[in-house]
Design a protein around this ligand. Structure first.
Ligand code: URA
Length: 207
């Protein structure tokens, strides 16, 4: 797997050529972002829809608008976070991506993770969840965090599109975003405590 990229743009341009995903023959273009997130937060959806396919950017349609709203509720803007998908090309008629399509985009997503080194991964929907926490179930585990074997925390969310089809989920997602906000604050506190501990250890070493 190639990993020595200078920018996300280079990375995506490389994988747009070096991938075997059959969807590329029917999609308009691959869908991706090119700015790393200042917050260190990485959201992973399923696959692009029609608007994303036309614009080449993830979550720009109705589900994206709801995602923006949820972010705003917890004091974040879209340009502070990074949003990507398990599959980089639109499946025809918005069907779900199949195993082969997910597998053929696997190293592309891995390479994005390696480049960004996220502080936390937020899975949006079942496909991203299966990939990072295979034993979890979205209905029982949404709004909770797990630790991936890499040590990166994974926070489980419903897909924003699910709330557009089932309005009851809107409130659930708002509550889960509040839980995400609290989780991010607790991560921040832990980081500060660890850095204080390291300072104290360094002072002892200098005694
Ligand atoms: N749904 C997704 O999973 N990804 C997008 O980019 C848009 C809608």
């Amino acid at each position: 797997m190639k990993t020595d990229f200078n920018s996300l743009k280079d990375l995506h341009q490389y994988y747009a050529v070096h991938n075997t995903c059959k969807l590329k023959t029917v999609a308009t273009q691959p869908v991706y972002e090119i700015e790393p997130p200042s917050s260190g937060i990485l959201f992973i959806g399923e696959a692009p829809g029609r608007n994303e396919d036309l614009q080449g950017r993830p979550f720009v349609g109705a589900a994206g608008k709801f995602l923006d709203e949820l972010l705003e509720d917890i004091g974040l803007t879209r340009d502070q976070v990074y949003v990507t998908n398990v599959v980089k090309y639109r499946p025809p008629n918005n069907r779900e991506p199949n195993e082969l399509e997910k597998e053929s985009c696997r190293v592309w997503l891995n390479s994005e993770l390696l480049f960004i080194k996220p502080k936390v991964i937020v899975t949006l929907g079942r496909h991203a969840l299966e990939r990072f926490v295979p034993d979890a179930r979205i209905t029982s585990d949404h709004g909770q965090s797990f630790t991936h074997p890499t040590g990166i925390p994974v926070f489980v969310m419903y897909h924003p599109a699910a709330a557009l089809y089932n309005p009851n989920l809107k409130e659930t997602m708002k509550e889960d975003f509040k839980k995400l906000e609290e989780f991010l604050e607790s991560l921040e506190t832990k980081t500060k405590e660890n850095s204080k501990k390291n300072d104290a250890i360094n002072e002892i070493l200098e005694m």
